[in-house]
Design a protein around this ligand. Structure first.
Ligand SMILES: C[S@@+](CC[C@H](N)C(=O)[O-])C[C@H]1O[C@@H](n2cnc3c(N)ncnc32)[C@H](O)[C@@H]1O
Length: 177
C-alpha cells in the first residue's frame, strides 16, 4: 500500500503511473485535488502506525519551513512499515543556482514543461498552499533522511522523461530499518 502525500492532481507523477489506483491513498489539503483523504498534513496523518509499504512525497516537503520538516518526516515514518521506503522528490536548488550563474532566462520555461527556475525556487504561487519555504540539494536531502535513521537506497538528480539534459529535481529514497 502506498501513501501519496500532497498528491494534488497527481496523475503525472512517476509513482501514480506505476501503482494501480486501489493500492494508493492520496492525501491533500485541497478539496479540488484528486486525494482520497482531504486533510492538512501538519495536523498529523489519520492513519495507523506502520500501515504503508511506501510513503511517496513528490514536491511537498519544500512547502514547509525548516523547523517543520523534521516533525513531518517523523510522522511519515510513523505510518511507514519497517523495511518500507520513503520516496521524496523536491526541486533541485543546485540546478537553479547553475542556471542563474550561467545567465539563463530564469523567468521562462527552462526544462520540462511549466518548470522555470523561479518556480522551482519559490513555487507556482497559484493558490494558498503553492509557496515554497525551504530548499534542498541532493546532499542536504540525503543528509536529512540519514538524520532520521533511514538507509539511502536511491539518491539522484532527475529531469523527467521530457528532457534528460536538465535536472530540476532531486529524488532520494530511504528505507526504514
Ligand atoms: C506542488 S503540488 C505537488 C503535487 C503532486 N504531488 C505532484 O508531484 O505533482 C503540492 C501539493 O501539496 C499540497 N499541500 C500543501 N500544503 C499541504 C498541507 N499542509 N497539507 C496537505 N497538503 C498540502 C498542495 O495542496 C498541493 O496539491
Amino acid at each position: 500500500m502506498v501513501l501519496d502525500i500532497g498528491c494534488g492532481m497527481a496523475n503525472g507523477t512517476e509513482m501514480r503511473r506505476t501503482v494501480v489506483r486501489e493500492n494508493i491513498i492520496g492525501i491533500d489539503v485541497r478539496r479540488d485535488s484528486e486525494a482520497e483523504v482531504i486533510a492538512d498534513i501538519t495536523k498529523g496523518l489519520p492513519f495507523d502506525n506502520e500501515k504503508f509499504d511506501i510513503v511517496f512525497a513528490s514536491h511537498i516537503l519544500e512547502h514547509f519551513g525548516k523547523y517543520e520538516i523534521d516533525g513531518l518526516i517523523d510522522e511519515w515514518l510513523r505510518v511507514l512499515k519497517k523495511g518500507g521506503e520513503l520516496w521524496i522528490y523536491v526541486p533541485n536548488l543546485k540546478w537553479c543556482a547553475e542556471a542563474i550563474l550561467k545567465g539563463k532566462d530564469i523567468l521562462r520555461v527552462a526544462a520540462v514543461d511549466r518548470i522555470t527556475v523561479m518556480h522551482q525556487i519559490y513555487g507556482g504561487e497559484n493558490y494558498l498552499y503553492d509557496f515554497h519555504k525551504w530548499g534542498f540539494t541532493l546532499e542536504t536531502l540525503s543528509q536529512t533522511l540519514l538524520n532520521h535513521g533511514l538507509e539511502i537506497v536511491k539518491s539522484t538528480e532527475w529531469g523527467g522523461e521530457a528532457d534528460l539534459e536538465h535536472k530540476p529535481e532531486v529524488c532520494v529514497v530511504g528505507r526504514k530499518v
